[in-house]
Unconditional design. Structure first.
Length: 442
RNA sequence: UCCGCAGUAGCUCAAUGGCAGAGCAUUCGGCUGUUAACCGAAGGGUUGUAGGUUCGAGUCCUACCUGCGGAGCCA
């Protein structure tokens, strides 16, 4: 096989030439002495044409007996064909079988429908299917675009530790483990407190890594292990990070539109909804959002009334986000329902200088952030009021002792963004191997 | 933790309390342009587990197990 090695996604440039593809048999149809094997190589799929009269008995029988997902090295001539979905077909000339899938134990993921449990139990194989591969490519673009945005806007990446000595916020359920002989360690649930310190060292920073929540949530929006990207900016306030959040999200969506149009097509996402994502994003205060919900309840559009002062529930967030065609930024929640480190609004100290970004189409909160308390005394009293161990937060208080400045940041959950951008039912499809309440296999 | 739904062939699902079924997958046969191809045939079952009601339970009752969806909490 002396033909050049090609990939399916860029096979068009070899039209009329013989090429070698390395991949797997995705599916095969047959019509008497004519075979239609479909090959995939991780970049796409292409249909091969195998007429018995032209390839000879040996090659014909070799291909005819191939089972789904057998690995092959196949050589053939690239031919443009209007009947092919991708525009090209491969007139097979030769094939080398790398490994034959045994027919008494065929590839489990057939092309028919499967249930969630079965697919998740075979996630290591499920990711070979075109839709799942497309989602993982979109995820990769989103992660790359997110880093690219910060890297090209003066941010320095500073990753916080994954093993932490205590609860960052003192609220969420944490995964606990032994740390050598007589200490406990916890998997990080947010790197925020740590990047506040790197922000005061480097100015504009971000972190990007896995985050763990041991909460027993089982909804389409929750994973116990998920990836979060968090910027933190010194000398910045709420307005600054609201502007940052909308520019950041817009950049990400544009990059996906630029690089993944074919994947979005496979996934079945309406691209027009993504093209509508442009700055500025609508901004509403908590009070305005509450008024919206009150009106909606009067009109019978939501089931339960929203109590002023409470955080928004999932159905509330869905209703609010459905009123807009792009992400909506809700700001200035009551301080009482938010974390202890959030700066009070000088105009109304009962409110926090915070924001939630709610994705369109009911995908919920994709970004949460705030301006941080910069006063030593206020932060200390907040820690005490929340019954948090002061000694554990001593280093955090130091940031307010040695050159404290106003600073702000947010965290964005990658999986929820992928789910929103792709239009998926569930975040478990947005990560190669989802960790959920009832599943840690494979 | 609470509320709801489900569990039958490798997979997706049927079966009024009365003989355990179909499609896909697999094997064999047919078909030279198929698009989750199609046509014919074959093999494939401890109906999640344990108990109970009944002449008779996949079906009704109880408990448990597993999974799914939602709430709360969060990104």
């Amino acid at each position: 096989m002396s033909a050049p090695i090609a990939t399916i996604s860029s096979i068009g440039k070899y039209e009329g030439q013989s090429v070698t593809l390395r991949g797997w048999l995705y599916n095969m149809r047959a019509s008497g002495k004519l075979l239609f094997p479909i090959f995939r190589d991780g970049t796409g799929t292409i249909q091969g044409i195998v007429p018995k009269a032209q390839v000879g008995d040996e090659i014909f029988e070799t291909i005819k007996s191939l089972s789904q997902e057998s690995s092959v090295i196949v050589t053939g001539k690239v031919r443009a064909d209007s009947r092919a979905p991708s525009g090209y077909e491969l007139d097979v000339e030769n094939i080398e079988v790398v490994q034959r899938v045994p027919t008494d134990e065929p590839f489990p993921i057939s092309l028919k429908e499967h249930g969630t449990d079965f697919l998740m139990q075979h996630r290591h194989l499920w990711i070979r299917t075109p839709r799942q591969s497309a989602i993982l490519r979109v995820r990769a673009t989103i992660m790359r675009a997110a880093q690219e945005y910060f890297d090209t806007n003066g941010f320095t990446r500073t990753d916080p530790p994954i093993l932490t000595p205590n609860a960052c916020e003192g609220t969420s359920e944490l995964f606990e483990m032994d740390y050598f002989d007589d200490e406990k360690a916890y998997l990080t649930q947010s790197g925020q407190l740590y990047i506040e310190s790197t922000a005061l060292a480097l100015g504009k920073v971000y972190s990007f890594g896995p985050t763990f929540r041991a909460e027993k949530s089982k909804t389409r929006r929750h994973l116990t292990e998920f990836w979060m990207i968090e910027p933190e900016v010194a000398f910045a306030g709420l307005d600054d990070i609201m502007a940052l959040a909308e520019n950041f999200l817009t950049h990400i969506v544009h990059r996906v539109l630029e690089f993944n149009s074919q994947d979005l097509k496979v996934i079945g996402k309406d691209v027009a909804k993504l093209e509508a994502i442009q700055t500025p994003f609508p901004r509403i205060s908590y009070d305005e959002a509450h008024a919206m919900l009150e009106q909606a309840y009067k009109e019978g559009k939501i089931e339960h009334p929203h109590t002023y002062g409470d955080d928004f529930g999932s159905p509330d967030e869905t209703y609010i986000s459905n009123q807009f065609d792009r992400p909506v930024m809700v700001h200035r929640y009551p301080a009482a329902v938010k974390a202890f480190y959030m700066e009070p609004d000088p105009q109304d100290p009962t409110k926090a200088l915070c924001l939630d970004v709610l994705a369109p189409e009911g995908y919920g909160e994709i970004i949460g952030g705030s301006q941080r308390v910069s006063s030593y005394d206020l932060l200390k009293s907040r820690i005490e009021a929340h019954n948090l161990p002061l000694e554990a937060f001593q280093w955090y208080l130091d940031l307010r002792k040695y050159g404290s400045v106003p600073h702000a940041g947010f965290g964005m959950g990658i999986e929820r963004v992928v789910a929103w951008v792709c239009g998926l039912e569930h975040v478990r499809e947005t990560i190669p191997f989802a960790r959920t309440l009832n599943r840690i296999y494979p």
